[in-house]
Design a protein around this ligand. Sequence first.
Ligand code: M6R
Length: 538
Amino acid sequence: MDEKFDLADMPGNFGIAHVRWPSTGIASKINAHPHLDENDTIAVVHNGTLKNYDELKGELIAEGFKFKSTTDTEVISHLIRKYMNEGFDLEHAFRKTIERLEGSYAIVVISKEENNKIFATRYQSPLKIGISDDAYFVSSDIPAIINYTRQIILPAEGEMIILDENGVRVHDENDNELEKEIVLIPWTAQMAEKGDYPYYMIKEILKQPDAVEFTLGERDNIQKIIDDLGKIKNICFVACGTSYHASLTGKYLIQHLAKIKTDVVLASEFKYTADTLDEDTLVVFISQSGETLDSMNALRIAKETSPTLAIVNNIGSSMTEEAKYTIITQAGPEKGVTATKTYIAQLTAIYLFAGLLAKDYELVDRLYNVPDYIREVLDKSKEIEILSQRYSFADDLFYLGRGFSYPIALEGALKLKEISLIHAEGYASGELKHGPLALINYTIPVIVILPPGSDYEDTMVNLEEVKARKAIILSVCAEGDAKGECKSRDVITINPKVDEILAPLVYTVPLQLLAYYVTLEKGHNPDKPENLAKVITV
Ligand code: M6R
């Protein structure tokens, strides 16, 4: 965009917009939404991916329609035009268009020919309706509209939403008007505002003690779910990205504490596991958004055979509608593209679940100290900011951790790479010698996660291996760990009461701060990494 518009300065009282890159075709002005028909009267925005757009495009071109973009979405505006040319009104031309589409979509349509009306529908992509005193909203995500309203309607797949001067109506596939419940979201506008913070990411990092405290309030709900589940033979976690790292911690915890066999599967690879599920396997979906398409697709398969539990942050999200059980993490709205407080809240819910499942009430009690341990780390922000100046020069970094610290290494590396755009690899420290050790030299910083516990000595051996190759070592270790401090060039120290089992909840925080400050050093915006979206619905 060359020009920026302030909504308040724009004429008219209705409109549509799309603020993400197209999923088909390159990121360019011509591919940006909305997409218009040839007469420039119908405008469409679309989230999702159309599988049969090539075929539809060929058909429309053969009929004389001219395309401007290389996105899948443009077929929608031309199809609506085609059906309007055949005599259908906008709503029915839109309905006929939807019948032709294969794939996932949330679509919003307006037309000059039927002014002051907005039509929308969804299939396998999220869409919410917001209602305030003086406006209606249609959005893919609640955090996007929470500044304006907390009253939300959740349309089901295939329902048609009609907004006009008479208000909002929702019709089913057969055109019958539906009575939809209005859900009150317990988030405030202030929670979703940046306030005096320079970026959402730092606000969200600093709010992590609250995210843990509020999520610990879910203890009774989690106990009820465990009671209702009865005996579980196996557990399978399914997730993507940061939520996958939380799941990996869940596997280590549950196997260690409850001795229940637990797998972790990337949602996009789930179909290769689906056949092994049965009614004795609890399938747990971890997702901050509750909308990630890969995870949603896996949930739809898993619920055919197995009990399902969704651990999500976004109330009213699709996973809460489809899973048998739901735990809502209490992180509040997260606006930064990179997950921080929702991750720590996911971990809190997973620790509660694992601790209660294993009846390890000592561990559960220790969780109530975590907010203070995190606050102590946050007090070291300045120190980490200074350190970041030394590490922002790197082209490649390794993050090493063993056991409970392995997912911390993965998450630390993901935080850094997605926002600073520096290449970083998280590795199980014992695995390094099976190949990547060859890459280590004096130009490569290696971040070693070194909490006290049974894995300490083995991780120290791995630290020595990279030190022998002259790597620049930054250790995250316990205060008073003289060995860790003297073997490393730099250290970030953590309260020694945080042992390896609690480490994921606390040792991750300095790595988030490091990623944040390195990103600022590099001159990038930590809230909006290029080409990444907050919710991956494609
Ligand atoms: O909403 P979800 O937790 O399902 O999202 C999964 C991933 O897309 C997400 O964690 C992603 O990796 C973030 N950018 C991590 O910061």
